[in-house]
Every structure is written in C-alpha cells, then in structure tokens.
Write a protein of this length. Sequence first.
Length: 201
Amino acid sequence: MAISRQHGITVETVKNVVIDSGAVVLDYGLGTEVNLGATRGNNTFVVEQDIKLIEVDGARGPMKGHRRIINVRAMITANFIQLSTDILKKALPGSVSVSLPAPGATKTHDSITRALDIESGLAGEAGDDYLTNVAIVGEVSGTSNPVVCILSNVIADGNLEMNFVEKDEMVLSVQFTAHFSPSTPDTEPWNIRYPKVNIES
C-alpha cells in the first residue's frame, strides 16, 4: 500500500529559495552606496524582539490581544575576510585615522585611534558616527531582483577581535546594530524588501 506523503512542495518552491551569502552594502539605495568587502562564513540578519504577555486574573493561558512589543534590536553580523582601514573604522565607531609617517614622507600605514566619543549629529553635534544604513543584499532563485535586509541609524557595537591564525586567514566579525530615530520613536529601524517572483503557469 502506497503511503501518502505530506509536504509543502509546489511549483513555486524552487523559485523562492534565498541562496548564497549575499553582499554587505553601506548606504543601500543612495548615491554613496558601496560594497563593504568580501566575506567568509555567512552573514546574518536578526531582529530580536521582546513581546510581553499582559497577564490578567482569570485567564487560563495566553489571551489574544494581550501582547505588546517591549523591545526590538535589529542586527547584521558580517564576517569580513577582506580588511581595510575603512572596515576597521566602521567596526570601531567614533574612530579616526591618520597617515603614517608624517605628511611629506612615503605613506606606509593608517593609524586608527579613538577618543571615547560617539557623535550622533543631534543637538548641534558637528559630526555623526552613525551610518545611514547597512544592508545584506541576497539572491532569490526565481528572480534577478534581490532580497534586501536593511538596518537604519547603524553603529557596530560588538567587540573588535582580530585573530591571527597559523596557516589560515583572518576573518573579522562585525556586528552592526540599528537604532531608533528620536524623531520617529515608534518606527522600528529595519526593513526587509522581498522581491516579486514570476511563476510560470
């Protein structure tokens, strides 16, 4: 007797698969858009959410409508195998770089330092160390249009760890975190753009 298999496979399945690691892009959709560099070991987009249950006497379990969003934290973790002064500065918000040796001699290095200050561009601050946006741009099997996961008002707030490994290459993991805007405090600082996939009949 044949067993009836249960599954979710349809003709749409093969055209709705997100494939490969994608590109990590700065200023997506703006005139200053740039690919931040080559990565290895996957890139991830995460929206952490704390959703509180409002508990009331007499309820025997969770009640529909008794939930509210308490906290949201959206992040991208990118694992860069391609390093540069620019990537290192973005991994250390508020940092600056100067050429070494002093001007007039042949440049050999960029010296990166920081003064324990992250500027927001708010309240008259001259600078802004927050990145406008950082995105993972990925490929969907059934279309040439990408899936895009975007963070807004971004700084890298994870640790900087550079591992020098015998017979291997360094991979720098950078955690980018989105921040709410004071002007729109009820709008979450992330966006997912999923492409329309054309399905042949």
